[in-house]
Design a protein around this ligand. Structure first.
Ligand code: HEM
Length: 339
């Protein structure tokens, strides 16, 4: 069975075949976003959107993006909760998730996915979730698991097209690991996981493009002393790790430059200033999933295609919970590799 990353490769081949010189200009931001939604759709609900394969749009990603914007607005303007006209959750999204719950229950089919885990918990009277709680949990996974990974991978691709020497080094590592002229050796996660430069590139991408640009917040239940600060109970503390991640005090004069070498084994990293997935007991629950998805996406793209910067792209960013390009669009040129 074709994996979702292989579907990306096939889709890019199809686009290139349409080009007169065997290459194609593709909106890589859009494709990687679609891939991320395809993946979380499978992992969360066992639903195949197949957006990368078919090229069709699905209303769901748009609906998730709308809900993130509205979550940001409701957080900054709590008065909106009291105005019935404003809906915090897009009804389409809510109904989609409730539909998936009902379908799973009535079909009797068991799948190894997040929805199944949540439904199984209904058998445990100590942790039983209501359908409404399952709906909310599922939507968090959907929102937290799609834009985050998709945008991080896309930002890293943008870094790579701006830094051809890093791109060449990563491609060499992939070629050495998957040396198959016919393109038939499967690119597995086990192999990707052990690649020092691939991991370094992704760490550097996350350092420069943290998805939570404004940091994460915590509220102590009791009075608390943090270093030199006495924090009364209920103080809102913002841990500003995004700024720490580009602070020259920790990362040196080239703190704002894309330099994956700093994450290679043997290099000393300021671990106190690097928290892409946050820290403590409430850190990102999906980080292993995210790592797997990002490694496989980059490895498939770069092992099979040459990618090239196209001048004139709008790289301005905006944040609504996660950080994204203002235009949600980024064109690159792709050309199939022949070795
Ligand atoms: C590059 C990708 C990702 C990054 C950088 C990222 C980062 C984060 C961060 C910074 C938090 C906040 C934690 C805190 O409050 O301390 C978080 C929470 C969360 N993430 Fe991720 N995440 C990513 C991918 C994912 C994926 C793929 C999933 C699901 C499969 C996921 C599910 C969640 C959930 C459910 C939470 C809330 C955890 C809680 O409140 O206990 N994330 N993530």
């Amino acid at each position: 069975m074709q994996t979702l990353e292989e579907a990306l490769v096939q889709r890019l081949h199809r686009e290139c075949k349409k080009g007169v010189d065997g290459s194609a200009v593709v909106d890589i931001w859009d494709l990687i976003s679609k891939l991320a939604v395809d993946m979380i759709g499978e992992a969360c609900f066992g639903v195949s959107f197949r957006m990368v394969e078919t090229g069709n749009d699905h209303p769901l990603p748009n609906s998730i993006a709308k809900s993130l914007v509205s979550a940001a607005l409701f957080n900054s303007l709590p008065i909106l909760h009291y105005i019935p006209f404003f809906k915090r959750i897009d009804p389409y999204l809510a109904n989609f998730v409730l539909g998936a719950i009902n379908e799973r229950r009535t079909s009797g089919v068991r799948r190894y996915d997040i929805l199944q885990l949540l439904l199984d918990m209904q058998q445990n009277e100590d942790f039983a979730l209501t359908d409404e709680e399952i709906r909310k949990e599922s939507m968090i996974f959907f929102a937290a698991g799609s834009e985050t990974t998709g945008n991080t991978t896309s930002f890293t691709v943008i870094d790579l097209v701006h830094n051809p020497a890093c791109l060449a080094k990563l491609r060499q590592e992939l070629d050495d690991t998957f040396p198959d002229p016919m393109g038939t050796t499967p690119i597995t996660h086990d192999a990707c996981k052990a690649l020092p430069y691939l991991n370094a590139v992704l760490n550097e991408g996350m350092r420069l493009h943290p998805v939570t640009l404004t940091g994460v917040t915590r509220e102590p239940d009791d009075d608390f002393v943090l270093g030199p600060y006495a924090l009364p109970k209920g103080t809102i503390v913002v841990s500003d790790f995004p700024r720490a991640q580009t602070n020259t005090k920790y990362w040196g004069e080239d703190a704002k430059q894309f330099n994956p070498d700093r994450f290679l084994p043997g290099k000393e990293q300021p671990t106190d200033a690097f928290y892409p997935f946050s820290g403590g007991t409430r850190n990102c629950i999906g980080k292993n999933f995210a790592w797997m998805e990002m490694r496989l996406t980059l490895a498939h793209l770069l092992r099979r295609f040459d990618i090239e910067f196209i001048p004139g792209q709008n790289e301005s960013i905006v944040q609504f919970i996660t950080v994204r390009l203002v235009e949600n669009k980024y064109n690159i040129r792709v050309r199939p590799r022949t070795l």
